[in-house]
Design a protein around this ligand. Structure first.
Ligand code: 5GP
Length: 128
């Protein structure tokens, strides 16, 4: 249900909100004031980590439009800290964020997937 502003409402029962509140466990990789990183429950590559902001943002677009400068800087610094700590930068990795229905977003809390550990192929998989 959109708010009066036209901004879609954030559903704080989503699974990542519950992870942030400690209601659901996660395999934590990194945490600071702005972000939490943890292993995806259904990894699609040898390394598959999710990085999420601590604030209630639906998507990359919502985050970019409504987060504070400190939240935006803090979040992307955290992503870079995670890629460095996991040693992903030499061999390379993919950062991906799904947005909305056509983007295939399942969890309505902004998150960046980090995939690594093998050659990842073309950017967009075959349809289907
Ligand atoms: P999306 O499709 O929204 O971009 O990605 C959501 C991701 O969250 C999926 O890769 C899915 O495996 C992961 N996921 C869903 N539920 C949980 C959970 O409870 N714990 C963890 N660690 N990952 C989850």
């Amino acid at each position: 249900m959109p708010e009066a502003s036209g901004r879609p409402a954030y559903d704080d029962t989503n699974v990542f909100a519950r992870i942030l509140r400690g209601e659901i466990p996660c395999k934590r990789v990194y945490e600071d004031a702005f972000a939490l990183a943890f292993h995806d429950i259904a990894p699609q590559a040898p390394v598959h980590v999710l990085v999420i902001p601590k604030g209630p943002y639906l998507s990359l677009s919502d985050f970019g439009r409504h987060a504070s400068e400190a939240e935006i800087a803090g979040f992307w610094r955290a992503v870079a800290t995670v890629t460095a700590q996991l040693g992903l930068e030499d061999a390379g990795y993919r950062a991906l964020t799904n947005i909305g229905q056509d983007g295939g977003q399942e969890v309505p809390h902004f998150h960046v997937h980090l995939f690594a550990g093998r050659r990842l192929g073309r950017m967009v998989p075959a349809s289907g």
